[in-house]
Design a protein around this ligand. Structure first.
Ligand code: ATP
Length: 748
């Protein structure tokens, strides 16, 4: 089948073409495939994965946006042409549409709106929301919940006393839903319909519908404890059960009660708050019970059917299988773009390179296949690229993590390739270690992924696992609150007046040990006092849009007079890596990096790189020559700008610099990261001070293979072993100075 594809990849994947396997109306009761075999996929890595975990010094994220020569046979010119062709539609898309064009588009979309399955339930939805304080709405993916319900409520006058807010777990969804709904409403984005995500707020005081991330809503709670600017809060994708959404459940529930009590007590200036919970899973009873036995409404049907195809055999290497399937689709199937779900940035970037490599050998009669990556570490502007149309005669293949799994409609996607895996974050509260493991997805995720193929036309979903495997998947994944670090959440709760987070009305209670561990760490960071009350430092920390240890570093930097450097390093750490290291050029990339290398480790190496980048004014050629990812650097500069503004608002001087005395910067970071420290052992390994774990410096670190008496790190993640990233050298004497409370009763 793949005559034109290199012989090593001449392989065909057989899918189970079961006609009955079409999911369209009502819920997906199919017995589709599941990755039981992919439980073992932790052990079966692709070549690219193995390479990235090899002990050679390499960056963890090998992203490269410029036409960096690689192992492919594409010439630089060909790559540039690809890049150019792909960039072209953006200019068109960026043109501001005229008012007439906006109105005409809204008229056009009206027909589409009325054809959505949810339209027949419009009146009853309005009636139920008007009559009830809380409503749970369950609808199949694509039925129209997220785009239509806010508009129905707006049309019914429910925005008369406040904005209708719709929370989303992901910023890419918040942006694109707002854009779409603004089009349907017929006003430019930022007027009637806006969005608000961290570092980007297009909403205005006139916005009647506002899409926002759940994190932004939590932040708004700090300044508006009763969320008085909102009349309706729609918590979307409730089934995802992210940590923030779970916290919001409890917060909005108590706010609704407080507002009702105030009204009862005669406060005529207060309006009631309506809560709508939207979920794509049938298991809505739990939400209903939690929200005082709220009414559940089921909306059946979706726009278009999606046919599910499972592999007949388990696949041992899903990246390889995804590659083959993408080319099978490209050669055999009708036009339409492809969306492949993978587990993370490295996997995405290695598949991107493979697709580019093999696409060169496609016969001239077959159009180009253009890979287009999307993952969380990208900045929003880069993420938006997946929504741009592919040039005529070509096919786009989007390589995504589960960031593209829910809520979004990517135009022209007809084919979904589901590897059945994702990276799942776990947290061991006892020792305070996070883990990031490739694991099988849940059935509910598999359905969401499939749903991306049937948004604009009938689609096909290729599951790279067997039907039996699907049957063995869990129905839903475990709520994040039960498996992640709770510090940020607890700080938010405390800052919004919840004095005892252990008594908070959680829908699913986190483990007691997890809660206590977080409280203990916040106390060590001086965010809480001996009685567990929020300190002044804690209040300030909660207002920063970064995790508590970073917020502590920023506050400490004021005392140590190195705020400029602290802001810069935190911005640099906000992307996965600023370095690019294509596998074919690893040696050259490492050599280039030596120029910026600080013997003290990664923090100061990053700072040196930023200084050099600024000295050439971010020149792209310089970035390419020095294997710096200029796209990520631009994002770093953007975050820096935002952090400067935050510091100014907090009354700090963001320009305060320690000059050449950079040791002070490391001491400053230690004030936030004293728990992330390890000491060199006689056998040359490092043992973490917290938990006594043997930890390994990640190959991407400048201190990889080096011995220092004590080290500090930003991240400790268990993948194949306990890896630490963002590592710098310390003197052990600094430890007790950095956190006397913490090290007082421990041996440092
Ligand atoms: N940005 C967009 N471009 C084109 N069509 C869109 C866009 N957003 C939504 N649609 C259309 O509207 C339909 C309903 O989308 P909506 O997001 O409201 O569904 P949903 O029920 O909330 O799905 P999900 O559970 O996946 O979020 C889609 O199937 C698609 O046809």
């Amino acid at each position: 089948m793949f005559n034109s594809i290199k012989s090593a990849k001449r392989k065909v994947i057989t899918f189970d073409d079961d006609e009955e396997n079409i999911s369209s109306q009502g819920h997906d009761t199919q017995s589709t495939a599941a990755p039981a075999e992919q439980k073992s996929s932790k052990a079966t890595k692709t070549k690219a994965q193995k390479e990235s975990e090899s002990s050679e010094p390499t960056s963890t994220a090998e992203s490269q946006e410029e036409p960096t020569p690689s192992t492919t046979t594409l010439t630089k010119k060909q790559k540039r042409q690809q890049q150019h062709q792909y960039d072209r539609p953006k200019k068109i898309a960026n043109k501001e549409p005229t008012t007439e064009a906006i109105i005409a588009k809204a008229k056009d979309l009206k027909k589409h709106r009325e054809a959505l399955p949810i339209y027949t339930a419009r009146d009853i939805i309005i009636k139920e929301v008007k009559e009830n304080a809380c409503v749970v709405i369950v609808g199949e993916t694509g039925s129209g919940k997220t785009t239509q319900i806010p508009q129905y409520l707006l049309e019914a006058g429910l925005a008369a006393h406040g904005t209708i807010s719709v929370t989303q777990p992901r910023r890419v969804a918040a942006i694109n839903l707002a854009k779409r709904v603004a089009e349907e409403v017929g006003t430019p984005i930022g007027q009637k319909v806006g969005y608000s995500i961290r570092f980007d707020d297009t909403s205005s005081k006139d916005s009647l519908i506002k899409y926002m991330t759940d994190g932004i809503m939590l932040r708004e709670l700090l300044s508006d404890r009763l969320l008085l600017r909102y009349s309706v809060i729609i918590l979307d994708e409730a089934h995802e059960r992210t940590l923030r959404t779970d916290i919001l459940f409890g917060m909005v529930k108590s706010i609704q009660k407080k507002r009702a009590d105030m009204i009862q007590a005669g406060r005529r200036d207060i309006q009631p708050l309506k809560i709508v919970i939207m979920s794509a899973t049938l298991d809505a009873e739990k939400f209903s019970e939690y929200f005082y036995n709220a009414k559940i409404m089921y909306i059946s049907g979706r726009m278009f059917p999606v046919k599910i195809l499972n592999t007949v055999e388990p696949q041992s290497d899903y990246v390889d299988s995804a590659l083959v399937t993408a080319f099978q689709i490209h050669q055999d199937e009708a036009p339409g773009d492809i969306l492949i779900f993978l587990t993370g940035q490295e996997e995405i970037e290695s598949l991107e390179k493979l697709i580019e490599e093999y696409a060169v050998d496609l016969p001239p009669t077959v159009g180009k296949l253009i890979p287009c990556p999307i993952f969380a570490a990208q900045d929003s502007a880069t993420q938006q690229k997946i929504f741009e149309p592919a040039p005529h005669g070509t096919r786009k293949v989007i390589l995504a993590t589960n960031i593209a799994e829910t809520s979004i409609t990517i135009p022209n996607i007809r084919y979904v390739v589901d590897t059945g895996c994702h990276k799942s974050r776990g947290y061991n509260a006892k020792i305070g270690i996070e883990s990031l493991l490739v694991e099988p997805i849940s059935k509910s995720s598999a359905r969401q992924r499939m749903g991306r193929a049937g948004r604009e036309a009938p689609g096909l979903c290729f599951r790279l696992y067997t039907e039996d495997s699907f049957d063995q998947l869990d129905e839903d994944s475990i709520p994040e609150i039960k498996r992640c670090n709770l510090e940020s959440a607890i700080l938010s709760l405390k800052a919004t007046g919840i004095e005892d987070p252990t008594k908070f009305d959680f829908m699913d209670r986190p483990s007691k040990s997890g809660l206590l561990k977080s409280l203990e760490h916040l106390y060590a960071l001086e965010a809480l006092d001996d009685t567990g009350a929020l300190t002044e430092i804690g209040k300030k920390m909660a207002a920063f849009p970064v995790d508590p240890p970073y917020a502590k570093v920023l506050l400490q930097s004021e005392k140590m007079e190195c705020t400029k450097e602290a802001i810069e390093i935190i911005s640099l750490l906000s992307v996965d890596t600023i370095f690019s290291a294509p596998s074919s050029k690893r040696e050259e990339a490492n050599e280039a990096r030596q120029k910026f290398m600080s013997l003290d480790g990664d923090h100061l190496t990053l700072l040196n790189t930023l200084r050099a980048y600024e000295s050439v004014k971010g020149d792209r050629d310089w970035c390419r020559e020095n294997f710096i990812n200029s796209r990520h650097m631009r994002h770093v500069m953007d975050v820096r700008k935002q952090l400067i503004e935050f510091c100014e608002r907090a009354g700090m001087d963001p320009r305060k610099s320690c000059g050449h005395d950079l040791e002070i910067v490391l001491k400053c970071f230690l004030a936030g990261f004293f728990q992330n420290t390890a000491l060199l052992q006689p056998d040359s390994t490092y043992k973490s001070i917290l938990g006594g774990l043997t930890v390994s410096i990640h190959p991407s670190s400048t201190l990889f293979g080096k011995k220092r008496e004590a080290i500090m790190y930003n991240e400790l993640v268990f993948t194949t072993k306990h890896y630490i990233r963002g590592v710098s050298a310390l003197e052990s004497a600094w430890l007790s100075q950095a956190a006397p409370k913490y090290f007082g009763n421990r041996h440092a």
